[in-house]
Design a protein around this ligand. Sequence first.
Ligand code: SAH
Length: 357
Amino acid sequence: MTDTKKNLVGLSRDELKAEMVIAGEKPFRAKQVWHWVYHQGETDFAKMTTLSKDAREKLAQNYVVARPQVAENLLSEDKSRKWLLRLDDGNEVEMVFIPEDDRGAVCVSSQVGCTLTCKFCNTGTQRLVRNLSCEEIVGQFMIARDTYGEWPTPTGERLLSNIVLMGMGEPLYNAEEVVKAMKIVMDGEGIALSKRRITLSTAGVVPEIIRCGEELGVNLAVSLHAANDALRNQIMPINKKYPLDQLMDACRNYPGANNARRITFEYVMLKDINDSLDDAKELVKLIEGLPCKFNLIPFNGWPGVAYECSSGNAMHRFSNYLNDAGYSAPIRVSRGRDIMAACGQLKSESERKRKAS
Ligand code: SAH
């Protein structure tokens, strides 16, 4: 029955107003419903007590407040968590939570699968691709809040303090829905997450980078992974479309990319591929004059992949060189190894299991 009812999650404020009118309610009801859905996290219309009883019943007849279904929910021994989420059409995406001491980042997916086919990425091997809807993107973060009981939206400290758009998919190939979803998440009368606490990670969809800065003003992370076009073409095919000079231009022009809000360059450490001292030198030349920081990611292997993670020595040498050149370049601590937290791993495993049974 419920699947004939429209989900209110993912509607913009204007769309929600329009639905209230369709339902025969006054448009101002939208403000109240918004509060219940995004501030209180309420899913049951009957409990939305600021609405008249009549309005509650009417809404319940025509609408739902729903999230994607949680197919798996795995807690790592290091306290990171991974959810496998099942969408209405049966497709699956992953979401991860990476807690620090008193805060943490929820890593959200933007697509089912990914079209980029980066050679080191497991998601790139998964064929089926579609964009996630705004409803499904916002729904992910709401599931994280459900799991940790972080409703209503806390006024002070939060455990789920950040969103990183670093899950499956390329967010800037789904910019429309991602922008809409982040606007809902940033709305001060709902989930109320500040743009400073949102980071969008892109492989370098140059035309959309500026738009992301102008419309959202969130932090930008760029998956660089190589300091020259020859290597980057090889490991990230998107570089053939948007080569490094264009990508660097977009980064230099990113609104607010000053010292206060520096761009992060992600760099996956691949043994004997991109981890030499010469690579580090070339990298420093490439980003000259651009206020930025690095995030060195130890490569996370998966079955059938041709790469290995760099040695600890190589990673430290690389990190030290960047530090000496004046850049922050921590080596990311790998989390959730026991729950297959690397991009795309859990979904691939779930598909394998289904084929086997
Ligand atoms: N499409 C976006 C966001 C998703 S990937 C992007 O490319 O930025 C998030 C980050 O994980 C990217 O930097 C990606 O290159 C990296 N990544 C993918 N597979 C990895 C692996 N096996 N080990 C380490 N990092 C990986």
